[in-house]
Design a binder for this molecule. Structure first.
Ligand SMILES: NC(=O)C1=CN([C@@H]2O[C@H](COP(=O)(O)OP(=O)(O)OC[C@H]3O[C@@H](n4cnc5c(N)ncnc54)[C@H](O)[C@@H]3O)[C@@H](O)[C@H]2O)C=CC1
Ligand SMILES: O=C(O)[C@H]1O[C@H](OP(=O)(O)OP(=O)(O)OC[C@H]2O[C@@H](n3ccc(=O)[nH]c3=O)[C@H](O)[C@@H]2O)[C@H](O)[C@@H](O)[C@@H]1O
Length: 442
């Protein structure tokens, strides 16, 4: 089939590449000329595991092309995916200007029947707005489908190729049939294509993300309470998660959820609710608790240094909002770094993939290290913000010998408490008892 994807970010580029992988002819359109030039030169502009292999293969096979021309995209595709940003607006609502702006243009460019598929995460009622925006300028027949995307960064290719489900929101039989045909190769394992009306599809996406964010936040509150009463959140997590009604996944406490979606989507659903006369009290709490959780290591750090962080140097391991991505949008590490800098401390940071993105934001206000161990040199203590695999089994002797104070503040509970008892390291984590050793100052 002939497919166009408008917007080549994490979702658009993965969608375009994976759709080319099953034999479709795909044109990806982006407004960012530099990005399009890089992709035309064979460069994948984001870090996403396994994407490079598929990207290269499909470009070589001439199934994947890039353009800055929306007209080229609209002329080419029978199905046109919108994978445009829907960032948080000042009041917390989803900014629809990208989606509706492009829809406006599409109306002027249509020259025959097309299916316009909204893959961006959007509030209930957006499909109608997209339809109205196109209709304003077009006399040709078209359908609008809501097809929310559930991929996770870091696993995006796998999630797209083998989705647990595909949600298609459409009231048009013609468009639904085309979508089913397109997605058939991706649901061979028997996972369903769930067809519903557009509004329900739009809400399914917000409901899924908000539920997961709520699950994490609930565990963060349980972790905070564990610290007050001397319980161990790891044990509570396992005890709870083995109940299949609860499930083991997304119960890991930490320094809050981040990323380009959970924070904005929870706020957008809360805001939509308000506009539609419904007060999502639970989401208000989730937003509030998560903001506080991002800085939950700070009181522990301040208390360790008797409130005075001036002149101290902090090694930070992990900057991305989660492992296996270079994405730093709403990353808890940024809240922690800003708070440390505000208190007169210095930061030596290391991340396997996200340092370029952080450097664009902080410039030379922080030092970027060449390795995880280099970050420790000249630092007072270590703070862990992201659970990259390479941080899971470090050389504890190196940590002890490099830091001025052999102390770890772990925002992701990477280490077993029993193991840490054996090390001469003071260890603070989330929802578990602190392990305090008589500190040797180098
Ligand atoms: N990042 C993720 O893991 C997921 C994101 N989503 C949703 O998908 C949508 C896109 O998200 P991302 O891919 O992360 O965004 P992104 O910010 O990574 O990429 C958006 C792309 O659209 C391009 N663009 C902006 N205006 C344009 C225009 N007028 N014409 C053509 N291209 C234009 C930008 O240059 C950029 O390359 C959002 O609604 C998001 O909530 C949904 C599921 C997963
Ligand atoms: O709409 C989106 O953009 C996507 O948002 C999330 O995917 P993603 O943001 O890539 O990452 P997750 O793995 O869900 O993690 C989100 C945040 O929650 C945190 N998290 C996750 C799981 C957990 O147990 N504890 C926890 O704190 C992570 O550290 C991270 O900051 C959803 O998992 C995807 O299904 C969805 O498509």
């Amino acid at each position: 089939m002939k497919i166009s994807v408008i917007g080549t970010g994490y979702v658009g580029l993965v969608t375009g590449t994976c759709l080319a992988e099953t034999g479709n002819e795909v044109v990806c359109v982006d407004i960012d000329e530099n990005k399009v030039e890089r992709m035309r030169n064979g460069e994948v502009p984001i870090y996403e595991p396994h994407l490079d292999v598929l990207f290269e293969r499909n470009i070589k096979a001439n199934r994947l092309q890039f353009s800055t021309s929306l007209k080229e995209g609209i002329d080419h595709g029978d199905i046109i995916f919108l994978a445009l940003p829907t960032p948080e607006d000042e009041d917390g609502s989803a900014d629809l200007s990208y989606v509706l702006g492009v829809s406006d243009e599409i109306g002027k460019l249509l020259s025959g029947y097309k299916v316009i598929v909204d893959k961006s995460t959007v509030p209930v009622g957006t499909a109608e707005k997209v339809r109205a925006a196109i209709l304003k300028n077009s006399k040709f027949d078209f359908d609008v489908v809501s097809n929310p995307e559930f991929l996770r960064e870091g696993f995006a290719v796998d999630d797209f190729l083998k989705p647990e489900r595909i949600v298609v929101g459409s009231s048009s039989e013609r468009a639904t049939d085309l979508m089913k045909k397109l997605y058939k190769p991706y649901v061979r394992s028997g996972n369903p294509i769930i067809v519903m009306d557009e509004k329900s599809a739009e809400l399914t996406k917000y409901a899924a993300n908000s539920f997961l964010a709520t699950k994490i936040t609930f565990m963060n509150e349980i972790a905070n309470y564990c610290e007050k009463v001397g319980a161990d959140v790891d044990k509570v997590r396992i005890g709870m998660g083995t109940d299949s009604r609860i499930g083991k996944r997304f119960l890991f406490p930490g320094i809050g959820y981040g990323g380009s979606c959970f924070p904005k989507d929870v706020k957008a659903l809360h805001k939509s609710g308000k506009e539609d006369g419904y007060d999502f009290k639970i989401l208000e709490s989730v937003i509030d608790v998560n903001q506080k959780q991002k800085l939950s290591l700070l009181p522990k750090i301040e208390s360790y240094f008797d409130g005075d962080l001036k002149g101290k140097t902090f090694a930070i391991w992990g900057l991305a909002f989660k492992p296996e991505t270079d994405d730093i949008r709403e990353a808890p590490s940024l809240d922690i770094i800003s708070s440390l800098l505000d208190r007169g401390a210095a930061v030596r940071a290391f991340d396997p993939e996200a340092m370029d993105n952080v450097s664009r934001r902080y410039g030379d206000r922080i030092t970027f290290s060449t390795s995880m161990y280099d970050a420790l040199e000249g630092s007072d203590v270590l703070v862990i913000c992201t659970e990259w695999s390479i941080f899971r089994t470090p050389d504890f002797n190196k940590i002890k010998n490099s830091l001025r104070y052999p102390v770890i503040f772990d925002g992701r509970n990477l280490y077993d408490l029993m193991d840490m008892e054996k090390e001469e390291i003071t260890y603070f984590s989330i929802g578990r008892k602190p392990i305090k050793k008589t500190t040797l100052v180098h």
